[in-house]
Design a protein around this ligand. Structure first.
Ligand code: ZN
Length: 300
């Protein structure tokens, strides 16, 4: 299944893509796509529905991030050898793990608000997993069984804030609009081999990144197992798994995004994103969706 959320910022409704590519509204079935809808059992229930009777949604509707109520947005740095090389950093012995603030999450076609003082706004096309089951110290062999699905993630990065503001990458990764997700959450059963996905990114039509998850240093299962050693992963958590080579910081000379630039990215089977870089005054401020309402059947 390709699950999505559509509608105005902060008022998204759940939807699903049918076999003809139409969006069907799921609002009569579930009230949202979040922690309480991502278990394998709940996904099986959704998969068994006859969605042909559900209302078709206009194709030009805004898409939001495909998952709501994200509590942990975890990222992995330097997970492709050629990206570590281009950024002049050693290939890590263990995964480099950092956080993105969940309040940075945005829709796949929403504009990227450029901070007023930004000089080093950079792009990173990535593939993320969405956790569907609680997982604490899960074995690598079992790690993919806690994945609800996969989605495209743009790990937008301000390099000065990431590198030159006293440490902790979170500072450069968390501004509003720095976490476009989607267009869809593609459920695990439709991704036959997550370690064989092409991923690409263009800026103003010029290809900047072209990679494959076959070249990840630490594969998905290892990352989930590794991170779950240090924290209990929960349904709805998002882990984005690093970017291949071709970021602006690695170009000679380095190139960074400016107002008016258009970034497009995509990955095998996971759809495409497109964002316009705008001055931060053009940002649609939104509140972080922190608490899933109790009437949605959340087990928490
Ligand atoms: Zn990244």
């Amino acid at each position: 299944m390709k699950l999505l959320r559509y509608g105005a910022v902060g008022a998204e409704r759940p939807g699903v893509v049918d076999n003809e590519g139409n969006i069907r509204d799921l609002g009569e079935i579930i009230s949202d796509i979040g922690p309480s809808t991502l278990s394998r059992q709940r996904l099986d229930e959704l998969r068994s529905l006859d969605i042909s009777s559900l209302p078709v949604v206009s194709a030009d509707v805004r898409l939001g991030p495909p998952v709501a109520y994200v509590r942990h947005f975890i990222a992995v740095g330097l997970n492709y050898i050629d990206h570590a090389t281009e950024t002049n950093t050693p290939v890590p012995d263990e995964p480099v793990v950092f956080s993105k603030a969940p309040s940075c999450i945005s829709g796949p076609y929403d504009a990227i608000p450029m901070p007023a003082d930004s000089k080093m706004l950079d792009w990173e096309a990535e593939i993320a997993v969405v956790i569907g089951e609680k997982a604490y110290q899960v074995a690598e062999n079992d790690a993919l069984s806690v994945v609800a699905g996969y989605l495209l993630c743009h790990d937008v990065s301000e390099r000065r804030d990431q590198i030159h503001r006293g440490g902790q990458w979170m500072k450069g990764k968390s501004r509003p609009g720095f976490g476009p997700l989607g267009p869809w959450l593609v459920t695990f059963d439709e991704v036959a081999d997550p370690q064989n996905l092409e991923i690409w990114l263009k800026v103003n039509g010029a290809t900047r990144q072209s990679g494959t998850t076959a070249k990840m240093i630490f594969p998905f299962a290892h990352l989930i197992s590794y991170i779950s050693h240090f924290m209990a992963l929960e349904p709805g958590d998002v882990i984005t798994t690093g970017t291949p080579h071709g970021v602006g910081l690695g170009m000679k000379p380095p190139q960074f995004l400016k107002e008016g630039d258009i970034v497009e990215l995509g990955a095998t089977g996971l759809g495409t994103q497109r964002q316009l870089v705008v001055e931060s005054g053009g940002c649609i401020a939104r509140d972080a969706q922190v608490d899933e309402p109790a009437n949605k059947g959340s087990p928490f």
